[in-house]
Design a protein around this ligand. Structure first.
Ligand SMILES: *[C@@H]1O[C@H](CO)[C@@H](O)[C@H](O)[C@H]1NC(C)=O
Ligand SMILES: *[C@@H]1O[C@H](CO)[C@@H](O)[C@H](O)[C@H]1NC(C)=O
Ligand SMILES: *[C@@H]1O[C@H](CO)[C@@H](O)[C@H](O)[C@H]1NC(C)=O
Ligand SMILES: *[C@@H]1O[C@H](CO)[C@@H](O)[C@H](O)[C@H]1NC(C)=O
Ligand SMILES: *[C@@H]1O[C@H](CO)[C@@H](O)[C@H](O)[C@H]1NC(C)=O
Ligand SMILES: *[C@@H]1O[C@H](CO)[C@@H](O)[C@H](O)[C@H]1NC(C)=O
Ligand SMILES: *[C@@H]1O[C@H](CO)[C@@H](O)[C@H](O)[C@H]1NC(C)=O
Ligand SMILES: *[C@@H]1O[C@H](CO)[C@@H](O)[C@H](O)[C@H]1NC(C)=O
Ligand SMILES: *[C@@H]1O[C@H](CO)[C@@H](O)[C@H](O)[C@H]1NC(C)=O
Ligand SMILES: *[C@@H]1O[C@H](CO)[C@@H](O)[C@H](O)[C@H]1NC(C)=O
Length: 453
């Protein structure tokens, strides 16, 4: 299904006859979750950099920095954990800005006991409010890392460790192996550590540059398929020109199954709810019973039609009683995003993974206003209106053109309704400049030309 994400098929989406297209996109989104490659963020990765700052009598002191180079995927509470396997018998004497979750067996040490003697340590971030003497720059955020577009200053996390029983020169040091990054669940796959040019650091007054004694990088990439087998989000649609509300596809994220899994979902007014919410562990989804069973629903309502503009209302609803989504974000693809004039209650930023096609935007909440999508219930939703400027050559309400092509919530693809269910225009207004036949022909030629079939 690689073709789904080729730039060629994206350019096709600039054309208004979308029924064929939507079928294409839909069949793509169905398979999208099996791909490690993300078409809207093709270079997205998390890079883990180890900088050796000094050699010690039996090892080295390193600063480990985790950079989230993903445009829209962030790591939220309870945060990342990073594991690796030592190449030899290394131990961690001490750490700041982070800690291992287990000390392991240090019984062969007397007097000075290492922080961790495990062959495969797992490190987590320290919590906010950690004493200053245990902090380093960019640490102590409870493992939360922002996405690169949303907040680049907080897209970094770091800790420092002093390693013993290790090589003490750049010839004898052995790189750790088998890196694993949990965020906090599965989803990331990390490559091997590679020695790179030593990092250069500028002093605060920028009058002197120092450098690491040695640096290696590890790159980790995300796959929705590895993270979870079922979708977590769906899309519903409505419009001012048709009373039909197209709800999320039934069973988009799972089916209600009372017989085999009682308690797999809860009714909003059940007395049972209060007890399960307090008993279910954090991060166990506890979704409200719906036909789609998704924890998140994104509703796209075509609200108004002006002469030169049109207006959409986007509502994100949380159906998960056990999750507050902090710093949530939405990525939406629609050909009119190149003329998004205003987004009233969300921040927005165009994403242009291919440089020229400007049909994708990232939207997120305003700090302290709606950047926290609260657990399911009366406050469990956020909304904004989007104002688009019409481009006369492409704009139409016909054939579902005004609905989004693709929506991601927190980096995960949302299930769209089937295109044949989209609200129709009332018959009388089906009159637009170019005939549907010729548009269909253009599209067909394009599709054939880009070798899709
Ligand atoms: C990781 O992302 C950065 C920033 O986008 C990019 O420069 C780098 O090439 C990427 N690394 C890999 C291995 O893709
Ligand atoms: C190791 O250090 C020597 C100088 O002591 C330097 O010439 C060499 O490039 C370094 N090698 C690596 C892999 O950093
Ligand atoms: C790599 O790490 C995983 C998880 O920690 C572990 O199951 C696996 O055995 C490790 N592989 C090697 C070669 O150490
Ligand atoms: C190693 O990682 C750093 C920081 O992420 C990056 O600036 C550098 O380009 C990376 N080096 C390579 C060779 O990928
Ligand atoms: C499951 O149970 C709920 C009430 O507990 C009910 O509303 C729903 O219809 C049931 N679903 C099925 C598929 O039986
Ligand atoms: C969500 O946040 C509210 C207010 O901060 C808090 O009362 C509630 O317990 C949180 N819910 C979860 C599931 O963390
Ligand atoms: C992309 O579209 C946005 C409006 O959504 C606009 O502000 C921006 O200038 C456009 N960028 C390019 C390169 O056309
Ligand atoms: C829409 O955006 C495109 C690209 O940014 C621009 O060329 C075009 O003039 C805009 N149309 C209107 C009506 O503003
Ligand atoms: C509204 O759209 C639905 C398809 O979702 C269609 O069945 C219905 O006829 C449309 N209503 C009108 C008034 O066109
Ligand atoms: C729209 O037109 C089709 C045939 O072109 C007809 O079958 C349908 O009933 C009409 N719908 C409405 C709401 O008038």
């Amino acid at each position: 299904m690689g073709f789904c994400f080729s730039p060629a098929s994206r350019s096709v989406s600039m054309f208004p006859n979308v029924s064929v297209l939507l079928v294409l996109l839909l069949s793509c989104s169905f398979f999208a979750s099996t791909e490690a490659y993300d078409a809207l963020d093709p270079n997205g990765n998390i890079t883990i950099k180890w900088d050796i700052m000094s050699w010690t009598p039996d090892g080295y002191v390193a600063v480990v920095t985790i950079f989230n180079f993903q445009q829209y995927r962030h790591i939220q509470a309870p945060g990342w954990s990073l594991g690796w396997t030592w190449a030899k018998k290394e131990v961690i004497w001490s750490m700041s800005g982070g800690q291992t979750i287990e000390q392991g067996d240090c019984s062969r040490y007397k007097g000075n006991i290492p922080h961790c003697c495990k062959r495969n340590p797992t490190v987590v971030d320290l919590l906010p409010g950690t004493p200053y003497n245990l902090q380093i720059a960019n640490c102590c955020k409870g493992g939360v890392i922002s996405s690169w577009v949303q907040d680049p200053a907080n897209a970094v996390s770091a800790f420092q460790l002093s390693v013993g029983s290790a090589g003490t020169t750049n010839k004898t040091v052995r790189l750790p192996k088998n890196f694993t990054l949990k965020a906090p669940g599965p989803g990331y796959t990390c490559g091997p550590a590679k020695i790179v040019k030593p990092t250069k650091f500028a002093t605060p007054d920028k009058r002197r540059v120092t450098q690491a004694l040695m640096t290696w990088n590890v790159t980790c990439t995300y796959s929705q398929f590895l993270a979870q087998k079922t979708p977590t989000c769906c899309v519903s649609l409505s419009s001012f020109y048709n009373d039909t509300v197209v709800s999320c596809p039934t069973c988009a994220c799972g089916c209600q199954n009372n017989a085999t899994m009682p308690g797999s979902c809860v009714e909003p007014n059940s007395p049972y709810l209060a007890s399960v919410v307090s008993n279910a562990g954090r991060n166990n989804p506890l979704v409200r019973c719906t036909s789609h069973m998704c924890p998140i629903r994104v509703h796209w309502h075509i609200k108004l039609n002006y002469k030169e503009y049109w207006r959409v209302k986007v509502t994100i609803t949380n159906f998960n009683y056990n999750m507050n989504y902090s710093q949530w974000n939405l990525v939406a693809q629609h050909p009119n995003f190149d003329n998004l004039t205003q987004s009233f209650s969300f921040y927005h930023e165009p994403l242009m993974p291919y440089g020229t096609i400007n049909d994708t935007a990232m939207l997120w909440g305003i700090k302290f206003y709606n950047d926290l999508l609260m657990e399911a219930g009366p406050s469990g939703n956020v909304q904004s209106e989007l104002l688009f400027r019409k481009d006369a050559s492409t704009f139409t309400f016909e054939k579902g053109w005004a609905f989004p092509r693709r929506i991601y919530f927190n980096g995960d693809n949302c299930v769209m309704p089937p295109p044949d269910a989209y609200p129709w225009l009332p018959n009388a207004s089906i009159r637009w400049g170019v005939s549907r036949f010729s548009l269909g022909l253009i599209l067909l030629v394009l599709v054939l030309h880009s070798g899709l079939f």
